[in-house]
Design a protein around this ligand. Structure first.
Ligand SMILES: *[C@@H]1O[C@H](CO)[C@@H](O)[C@H](O)[C@H]1NC(C)=O
Ligand SMILES: *[C@@H]1O[C@H](CO)[C@@H](O)[C@H](O)[C@H]1NC(C)=O
Ligand SMILES: *[C@@H]1O[C@H](CO)[C@@H](O)[C@H](O)[C@H]1NC(C)=O
Length: 312
């Protein structure tokens, strides 16, 4: 343990002054990690308001990730409450690549807007950025104000959850709506939409009112790659489950160490890569090649092929 780590420990010991201690914590954090981006603000009476942190690896790594960000909040279960907001992106292996964390006293328009403003400072001016979240009103407002050029998408899982509640009796609704969301082109989307409408009349108008661009690949003006949910945010929240019970500084310390471990492990991964593709992509390609072996390909003309799945 280094001197400054011992200092961090001292700071974390006191549960009572936890939030007050954030100020010193931030100072030592910056001392140890010169390129870190950390901000801590209080209100006029010195009461804790917001804390934001992004590690330098997150900031530089983001430039090499797909420009799709998943954001979500989760409550802290320590004595003083508060909420942990986070932003992550999938890395080349579709693992969670955390970008930023923020602790706020309360989730509302002000805190989400403040979070988005800080996030904007670290993600810079990349083009065609997509942010995925649930339909929390404060997130919608914050993104509209802070990121007017970013496409804000709704998490497909959350959308389906609502449809499932509303159309309990119609089994096919969720199935076809999911297929619509996942379809990569308009022909396939419309095919699934017709099936959806025949089982659930009036649903097209309902889903159109949210805008197809917000929850489907096919109608999205920006590429969403393979991301349609906030699954990575939820996985991150689960990874933090135990730590969320700790006093604030201890939690941040656990979080920082977790990120350090993840980043270290992943930095070494390319050393074991044999092709230009990452491990996950290699796996997908291998699976596809295996499946294609049982397919029969017949020539229709010089441009068209008929592909028959030999297994069915
Ligand atoms: C984040 O995710 C959880 C779990 O899906 C959800 O209950 C919560 O409302 C989400 N959104 C926000 C803004 O916290
Ligand atoms: C958000 O919550 C904080 C703390 O409870 C409060 O001071 C602030 O006025 C709220 N902002 C809005 C826009 O509701
Ligand atoms: C996201 O999570 C849901 C439910 O937890 C799961 O059914 C789904 O397969 C996941 N999707 C992706 C793209 O990982």
């Amino acid at each position: 343990m280094t001197c400054s780590e011992a200092a961090l420990d001292d700071i974390c010991r006191s549960l009572k002054d936890s939030y007050k201690m954030l100020l010193r914590f931030t100072y030592i954090l910056e001392l140890n990690n010169p390129c870190i981006f950390a901000i801590y603000i209080v209100d006029v009476d010195g009461r804790f308001l917001y804390f934001f942190m992004a590690l330098s690896t997150s900031i530089s790594g983001w430039q090499h990730c797909r420009p799709v960000i998943s954001i979500n909040g989760t409550s802290l279960m320590n004595k003083y409450g508060g909420t942990l907001l986070s932003a992550s992106t999938p890395d080349a292996n579709d693992q969670i690549f955390p970008l930023a964390f923020c602790i706020v006293d309360f989730e509302n328009d002000s805190s989400w807007t403040w979070f988005c403003n800080q996030l904007k400072r670290i993600i810079g001016g990349r083009n065609e950025v997509v942010i995925v979240s649930d339909r929390h009103k404060s997130i919608c407002k914050a993104i509209e104000v802070v990121f007017p050029n970013v496409l804000h998408c709704m998490c497909l899982v959350h959308l389906l959850r609502n449809l499932k509640l509303k159309y309990k009796r119609i089994v096919d609704t969720v199935f076809h709506a999911y297929a619509c969301g996942k379809a990569f082109n308009i022909v396939n989307f419309e095919h699934e939409m017709r099936l959806l409408e025949s089982s659930t009349p009036g649903i097209r108008e309902e889903l159109e009112s949210i805008s197809f661009a917000k929850w489907s690949h096919a109608y999205s003006p920006h590429k969403k790659y393979n991301v349609v949910t906030i699954n990575i945010s939820e996985s991150l929240n689960s990874a933090m489950l135990k730590a969320r019970e700790l006093p604030i500084c201890s939690m941040l310390k656990v979080l920082r160490m977790m990120l350090q471990r993840w980043f270290f492990e992943r930095r070494n991964e390319p050393n074991y890569q044999v092709t230009d593709f990452t491990k996950t992509i290699e796996g997908i390609l291998r699976e596809q090649i295996k499946r294609s072996r049982s397919m029969m390909v017949n020539l229709v003309n010089n441009m068209k092929y008929q592909v028959i799945d030999g297994t069915s």
